[in-house]
Design a protein around this ligand. Structure first.
Ligand SMILES: C[S@@+](CC[C@H](N)C(=O)[O-])C[C@H]1O[C@@H](n2cnc3c(N)ncnc32)[C@H](O)[C@@H]1O
Length: 255
């Protein structure tokens, strides 16, 4: 497999140059049977530094981060139509959010939370969708925190988590938090890129991408999703010219 190395400035290296760089820096030390499911704080902070720079500089003029693609793959979130929601949260919301395409599906929402460790910087992005702490007419409660550190007293009726886990640092802890903090009968809207178990070692030893601290096996994600009653699911393979990729789009209910 061709080697790929993406450095902290987002510069892409391939071939021999990438192979040399990967020898010096890679994520193999974090690899387990389930994938790279947890990393050191230092590794996560490097990923977050990249993420901030990417959003505020490279995406300076943007107003969408594949949110419309997600909307289409979730069949316009139609399954959420007419729900009455007390507490709603999008975790790892980024500057543009998926919530801007979700919130108006509900019959009513009492309280909207947006969580992201970089949220207090994102609010300064020219096209941030929750400027003035207002999104789609709802007052936003901004939580500047990682999911791993979210206040465990908070409980939610809807949790949205789309394209986030690959950027975090402790997925087993996050899976526990997601389950515990979702109310009974609550809804999870979940999408993530996964990798078949058999391909993991090759991917982690061939690709180092500073912005992606985590690489999840499909099996590990499936085990978590089996805890919910499935309301919606679509699978996509080989997106973005990445032959190893298996993207899961899932909406479930906690029973
Ligand atoms: C690729 S962006 C996607 C943003 C948004 N979900 C979207 O689809 O537009 C990933 C986001 O996850 C956030 N993130 C990284 N680590 C996190 C963590 N441990 N807890 C919560 N969010 C995290 C990043 O700050 C970033 O905003």
């Amino acid at each position: 497999m061709d080697k790929i190395f993406v450095d902290s400035k987002g510069k892409l290296f391939q071939g021999k140059k990438a192979a040399g760089l990967i020898k010096e820096k890679n994520d193999l030390m974090f690899l387990s049977d389930d994938g790279v499911v947890s990393v050191s704080e230092m590794r996560w902070k490097e990923a977050q530094k990249y993420e901030l720079n990417f959003a505020m500089k490279k995406q300076k003029a943007h107003s969408d981060d594949r949110n419309i693609e997600h909307y289409n793959r979730f069949d316009s979130y139609n399954i959420l139509n007419e729900l009455d929601v007390d507490n709603y949260i999008e975790m790892g919301c980024g500057p543009f959010t998926n919530s801007r395409l979700i919130l108006n599906k509900f019959k009513s929402v009492k309280k909207v939370f947006l969580l992201d460790p970089l949220i207090d910087s994102y609010i300064k992005h020219k096209n941030c969708t929750y400027k003035g702490d207002n999104l789609c007419g709802y007052k936003v409660n901004r939580l500047c925190s990682s999911i791993e550190n979210i206040d465990s007293e908070l409980k939610f009726d809807v949790i949205v988590l789309i394209n986030v886990l690959e950027h975090c640092y402790d997925i087993p802890l996050i899976f526990n938090k997601l389950y515990d903090q979702l109310n009974k009968n609550g809804t999870i809207v979940f999408s993530e890129a996964t990798i078949q178990k058999d391909n993991l070692e090759e991917i982690v030893s061939s690709i180092y991408d500073v912005g992606h601290s985590i690489r999840l096996s499909t099996e590990f994600v499936e085990k978590f999703l089996r805890k919910f009653e499935q309301l919606y699911r679509k699978d996509f393979y080989k997106l973005y010219n990445q032959p190893w990729r298996h993207d899961v789009y899932f909406i479930g209910r906690k029973i």
